[in-house]
Ligand binder design. Structure first.
Ligand code: NAD
Ligand code: UDP
Length: 343
């Protein structure tokens, strides 16, 4: 039995793309997901892309019994931990649900790993841990002041992992702080399909382009940015996926804990994204500039130099590619993985 990489949340947006990157790099991904925010049909799509069907286990990271079973049954070489809840607004309404899923879930996972003797972990953190940064580009040394329960769950897990590493110096831990993951696999077979009205910019723009929504509300046109709209660091989900493979390779070379920004190092405004998507799709994106969204920051983009120095990784795909790939996925799958939408 070849060693597996356990991918918690592997049926989700970033997890599914990371399974593709893992397989391309010669690893065997083992999906572990409770499917609370994923569609099991993603596994067949992965089979088409990868060439064989990844094993997918339904389980919850908060269940020690579910995890123990997996570690007993499979030879697990390392874990990439994506499983968690990610909606900022929901985390404000249901903080306990978020602390339970994201923090308690990560503790149970680490306990199960400790018991199973698996010491390699890549953790999905977020640029949200910085809150409203004093400067952009944001280096990893910037102060962490998460502004909502979701961001605090990520920061808490970062601190738990740091303590865990202090007590167990042979562990190999990568904490990856993602900026704004967008795009889709170039095949158009897997991508992001938010349930209900999208909160994030790219899925909203895609849904306007495909005719599911009338118009994009641009949240604020009076920020101190070049065109007045908010600036973010959009990073292609396949670049991000490859960053996880690079983190695993780094862990194989040396034990330790690293905390790294994964972003392009370039900011794009809301209007930049609209223009790029219009080029990619040939559609005009109806939009209207409205009030700022409460809690939004004007600008936030990464300083990714530490990730490049440590992992030899850098994001290579452009904003135009991100939009072209989002559009390909959206157009072919307007209803996500629903069979009526299958290609
Ligand atoms: P996603 O919701 O598509 O994926 C998360 C997956 O975890 C889903 O498949 C869900 O069903 C599963 N899951 C949730 N709780 C679980 C549990 N208790 N047990 C087992 N499975 C569970 O989200 P994503 O965008 O792929 O994000 C992956 C990770 O990256 C999350 O931890 C998220 O917080 C983090 N992250 C995401 C973004 C982003 O903008 N997408 C940015 C920064 C960090
Ligand atoms: N945004 C927008 N309209 C939307 C969704 C987002 O104008 O319907 C803007 C938002 O104000 C921010 C940028 O797009 O400037 C990215 O927002 P997103 O929610 O995708 O990421 P985050 O703000 O969490 O970094």
């Amino acid at each position: 039995m070849s060693p597996h990489i356990l991918v918690t949340g592997g049926a989700g947006f970033i997890g599914s793309h990371t399974c593709v990157a893992l397989a391309a790099a010669g690893y065997t991904p083992l999906i572990f997901d409770n499917f609370c925010n994923a569609d099991p049909r993603v596994v067949e799509r992965l089979e088409t892309i990868i060439g064989n069907k990844p094993v997918a286990i339904q389980g919850d990271v908060r269940s020690r019994a579910d995890l123990d079973r997996v570690f007993e049954q499979y030879r697990v070489q390392g874990v990439i931990h994506f499983a968690g809840l990610k909606a900022v607004g929901d985390s404000v309404a249901d903080p306990l649900g978020y602390y339970d899923n994201n923090v308690a879930g990560s503790v149970v996972l680490a306990q199960a790993m400790l018991a199973a003797g698996v010491d390699t972990l890549v953790f999905s953190s977020s640029a949200t841990v910085y809150g409203d940064p004093d400067q952009s580009p944001v280096p990893e040394s910037a102060a962490c002041r998460p502004a909502n329960p979701y961001g605090r769950t990520k920061r808490m897990v970062e601190e738990i992992l740091s303590d865990l590493h202090h007590a167990n110096p042979s562990w190999r831990i990568s904490v990856l702080r993602y900026f704004n993951p967008v795009g889709a696999h170039e095949s158009g077979l897997i991508g992001e399909h938010p349930r209900g009205k999208p909160n994030n910019l790219m899925p909203f723009v895609s849904q306007v382009a495909v005719g599911l929504r009338d118009k994009l509300a641009v949240h604020g046109g009076d920020y101190p940015t070049p065109d007045g709209t908010g600036v973010r660091d959009y990073v292609h989900v396949m670049d991000l996926a490859e960053g996880h493979v690079a983190a695993l390779r780094h862990s194989e070379r040396q034990p330790g804990i690293v905390t790294l920004n994964l972003g392009t190092g370039q900011g794009a405004s809301v209007l930049d994204v609209i223009k790029s998507f219009e080029r990619a799709s040939g559609k005009s994106i109806a939009h209207e500039i409205g009030p700022r969204r409460p809690g939004d920051v004007a600008a936030n983009w990464a300083d990714p130099t530490l990730a490049t120095a440590t992992l030899g990784w850098r994001a290579t795909r452009t904003l135009d590619q991100m939009c072209a790939d989002s559009w390909r996925w959206q157009q072919a799958n307007p209803n996500g993985y629903e069979p009526s939408a299958a290609r």
